[in-house]
Ligand binder design. Structure first.
Ligand code: G4P
Length: 297
């Protein structure tokens, strides 16, 4: 991400979205199916209030389908929420979204009353791609910078979809949830945040450690390993050796090996991977709460 979000930017984005909510009947929050917790913005619940919300687990072509199912069930526990897995590769599913909007608001979407829909989400989750697919044409992409965060809900900025769905042509851009350390890493691994303060090798190491635990068979197959590496460092060294990332004296270039691993994760070359499950997040939340508790005595 080119620009860091500061409290002032967040407040501004929040204020603009809050102001336009009176012109919105239904919210579509786009999230990354590989990291639904980390790519969700908790402010959506506060901003949308009683309005129904469709949570899109986008890029589901890159996510583990079994884990995506678990997330859908988990997300739908929230009042007024319907979850939907989508992928740019499957445009027919996207085209069914207007039907889903009408199901959630059966009293609207008539010739008299349109359903005014706004798409929201953090940068890079696929908001623009989704708007373009629904609109059937390529609209200019707004920048992700907080300074240009603007939500235009006036009639001339709405795209009319089938069944009288009036979709805002500009998405509401929200800030990524970076208060949790693991979330920062997951956002960096998947590319939701491109330039972070975290060292690139650290990001690859985080991913390598996770893959050894969660997807050992995929890495063994992809990098033609004889056995599962014991540590993330060992995996990066193996990748370096096998892909010829060597510096003078036969020293492995860990930075290049890190780039290969991250690139192959992001492109889907390693297969469909999810980087968090509802159970993992529940466990991490308990640990965080315990760490936050003041010590007794
Ligand atoms: P945004 O408006 O939320 O910021 O996201 P945008 O639509 O620009 O999409 C960000 C990147 O994600 C784009 O790749 C886009 O093609 C890709 N993308 C969107 N939806 C899907 C999907 O369902 N599956 C996959 N695999 N990719 C998807 P890009 O232009 O190449 O950008 P980048 O990847 O270099 O950031």
């Amino acid at each position: 991400m080119a620009v860091q979000w500061y409290p002032g930017h967040m407040n501004k984005a929040r204020r603009i979205i809050k102001d336009t909510m009176s012109e919105v009947d239904l919210v579509i929050e786009v999230m990354d199916a590989r990291i639904p917790f980390s790519s969700e913005n908790p402010m959506v619940a506060e901003l949308r209030q009683h309005r129904p919300c469709i949570k899109i687990l986008n890029k589901s072509d890159l996510a583990d389908p079994a884990t995506t199912k678990l997330w859908m069930a988990h997300l739908e526990k929230e009042q007024g929420v319907k979850a939907q897995a989508l992928s740019v590769l499957d445009k027919s599913r996207t085209k069914n979204l207007p039907d889903l909007c009408r199901k959630l608001l059966p009293d609207r979407g008539t010739a008299v009353k349109s359903i005014r829909v706004m798409i929201m989400g953090i940068p890079n989750v696929g908001k623009s791609t989704l708007i373009n697919t629904l609109a059937g044409k390529t609209l200019a992409k707004v920048g992700d910078e907080p300074a240009v965060t603007k939500v235009v809900s006036s009639a001339q900025h709405r795209i009319l979809l089938s069944g009288n769905i009036a979709l805002s042509d500009t998405p509401g851009i929200l800030w990524p949830k970076i208060e949790n350390e693991n979330s920062s890493y997951r956002l960096a691994v998947t590319g939701a945040i491109k330039n972070t303060a975290i060292d690139f090798e650290d990001i690859a190491l985080f991913a390598a450690d996770y893959l050894i635990d969660a997807y050992a068979e995929k890495i063994v197959e992809r990098y033609k390993l004889k056995q599962t590496p014991q540590t993330g460092t060992e995996l990066l060294e193996e990748i370096g050796r096998r892909r010829g990332c060597l510096r003078g004296g036969g020293i492995i270039d860990m930075n290049r090996a890190s780039e290969i691993l991250i690139h192959e994760i992001r492109s889907g070359a390693l297969g469909a991977l999810s980087f968090e499950t509802p159970a993992m997040i529940a466990e991490e939340t308990v640990v965080d709460e315990e760490e936050d508790e003041p010590e007794q005595g």
